[in-house]
Ligand binder design. Sequence first.
Ligand SMILES: *[C@@H]1O[C@H](CO)[C@@H](O)[C@H](O)[C@H]1NC(C)=O
Ligand SMILES: *[C@@H]1O[C@H](CO)[C@@H](O)[C@H](O)[C@H]1NC(C)=O
Ligand SMILES: *[C@@H]1O[C@H](CO)[C@@H](O)[C@H](O)[C@H]1NC(C)=O
Ligand SMILES: *[C@@H]1O[C@H](CO)[C@@H](O)[C@H](O)[C@H]1NC(C)=O
Ligand SMILES: *[C@@H]1O[C@H](CO)[C@@H](O)[C@H](O)[C@H]1NC(C)=O
Ligand SMILES: *[C@@H]1O[C@H](CO)[C@@H](O)[C@H](O)[C@H]1NC(C)=O
Ligand SMILES: *[C@@H]1O[C@H](CO)[C@@H](O)[C@H](O)[C@H]1NC(C)=O
Length: 549
Amino acid sequence: MLSIVSSFIFVLCAFCVSTEEEFPVVNTKLGPIRGRYLESRLGNKFLSFRGIRYAEAPVGVLRFQPPIPVKTWNETFDATEDGPICVQETQDPSIITEDCLRLNVYTINKSPDRNRAVIIYFHPGGFYELSSQSKFVAGPEYLMDHDIVFVTANYRLGILGFLSTGTKEAPGNNGLKDQVVAMRWVQENIEQFGGNPNSVTIMGYSAGAISNSLHMVSPMSQGLFHRVIVMSGSASAQWSIPSDQLDLAKKQARLLNCSDESIDSIMECLRKATKEDFSKTVRDMFEFAVSNPIILFKPVVERDFGQDRFLTEDPTCLIQSGKFPKIEVLAGVTEHEFLFPAIDILKNDSYRQQMSTNFAKLSPICFLYERDSTNSERISSNLKSYYFGNSNSSDWLTFDGLRKLSADGIIGFGMHRFMKLVNVHTTVYRYEFNYTGRYSHTYYPADKPYGAVHHDDLLYLLRVPVMTPMFNKTDPENPIVENMTGWWTNFASTGNPNVGAFKSSVEWLPSTTQEGQYLEINETPTMNKQLFADRYSVWDTLFPIECPN
Ligand SMILES: *[C@@H]1O[C@H](CO)[C@@H](O)[C@H](O)[C@H]1NC(C)=O
Ligand SMILES: *[C@@H]1O[C@H](CO)[C@@H](O)[C@H](O)[C@H]1NC(C)=O
Ligand SMILES: *[C@@H]1O[C@H](CO)[C@@H](O)[C@H](O)[C@H]1NC(C)=O
Ligand SMILES: *[C@@H]1O[C@H](CO)[C@@H](O)[C@H](O)[C@H]1NC(C)=O
Ligand SMILES: *[C@@H]1O[C@H](CO)[C@@H](O)[C@H](O)[C@H]1NC(C)=O
Ligand SMILES: *[C@@H]1O[C@H](CO)[C@@H](O)[C@H](O)[C@H]1NC(C)=O
Ligand SMILES: *[C@@H]1O[C@H](CO)[C@@H](O)[C@H](O)[C@H]1NC(C)=O
């Protein structure tokens, strides 16, 4: 009997010990969190804490409200698996939830005396899709071969994150305020995971990069980070930052079969709708060829209703006048950037026909500039002759013209303007990612990667399990993974991609506004200057910066 009891206890204890080893617990100021070990690309063990709630679930009366930081808890929070994803278009509504304000922490070990540099990553997806889940497009396995703490965070998407009626009911920017609360969480808690709250780099891609260009000038974000990585997206572009998106709110109400007559009727409708209602109607919010305008859900310059405002003035003007902390910036683009609309439009007879007969109407929608004005017509006509020449032939809409116009109009020019303006005031390391590997987000015309397109550089910084195997030491991608993660983690640790644990034989020089030096990243990385100077100068002329004095 005694031996049965003691062996029972023994079994229990063995279970306890292995549980604590396999599933370590970190005690934060908010409460205990249980994580689990994962294995890095090169086979090192590291700790993961996934799906940690950083804000109260924005559901019920909290829908469309700014985020409320999470309250303390007593029961150990289970962070051993990927957390949920925010509401977005999906075939499987069971995987989306409004209760999605979660973040993930990855660290080599949790001893709090280690002061490791922290990288916080804000994911891409046009402010309406994707997530920070490790099993989807934001795997930590490559960066975790370096001695940093890596954090990825969800934020609300689509109408749920970016509803902006321009009234006190919905002043806007909730998705960005979510990011701010996630950054505050890092300030408060990251030491418990071995991270240094005084060495935080925010890294963002596309919508996440637009976010980061805004955090630089947002009064809410000051002091929450110390360096910034801005990859393929910026808010200092030719597209406007409005002070409301009431038209979009009305459109959403109509798509839900509600009246759009008053703010009250819109709000009543949007408060009653289910997550499935939003998910099913996202695609119908767009106007042309699958997903144009791609930047539909926008940040806004908030009107003042006494709320904490994320953005108070036009970001381009704030950056131009140097009203941002003089921190180091690493920023750049891929060679071919936003190729996708060019392919979507040209491979569909109906879209191609519409674009070539009605360019003046559709170009501002696809390439993000003012509509329905004589100035708009002038811009369209200038862009048409620059990118397509003055051919009279009926098939003037060439792939080569359209791909460059998409690349520049959607990403390239905005990045060019951002880097140029920021560079007047602070250190900028620029790059152009120009490496074509075995995998890509675009195989075109047939089954071969076209070249380095939007998101292709992420394949070597983050594990993207839905697209590639994990690149191991013997894979041909190994050197580019080593270079990318090396430069990026050096920058996060020291503010200089050349300085740190990773040694490279090329020197990545900081750029100047005049010369625009950048590192061309491919098998033979080299310094170059004035990327696409001729193309971008067309946009500089068509879209002069207009700021109040
Ligand atoms: C946590 O425990 C404390 C002390 O027992 C108690 O006062 C508090 O209400 C508990 N909090 C929650 C969220 O359960
Ligand atoms: C709105 O009405 C249309 C047409 O009756 C219907 O197909 C659609 O499902 C409705 N949408 C919602 C969200 O109820
Ligand atoms: C072209 O787009 C239209 C509108 O979305 C769609 O109905 C049609 O099936 C598409 N055609 C092709 C060939 O993909
Ligand atoms: C196109 O047509 C216009 C007027 O019809 C003509 O003046 C011009 O020379 C033509 N351009 C080309 C390249 O053929
Ligand atoms: C990118 O690299 C290819 C060769 O790999 C080269 O032909 C091309 O000119 C480069 N483009 C730019 C813009 O650097
Ligand atoms: C590396 O991964 C490839 C598949 O991408 C596999 O064929 C190869 O065996 C792996 N090599 C090692 C050393 O694990
Ligand atoms: C990585 O960078 C080194 C320079 O430090 C260079 O020699 C090598 O070719 C690069 N490889 C790739 C694939 O980027």
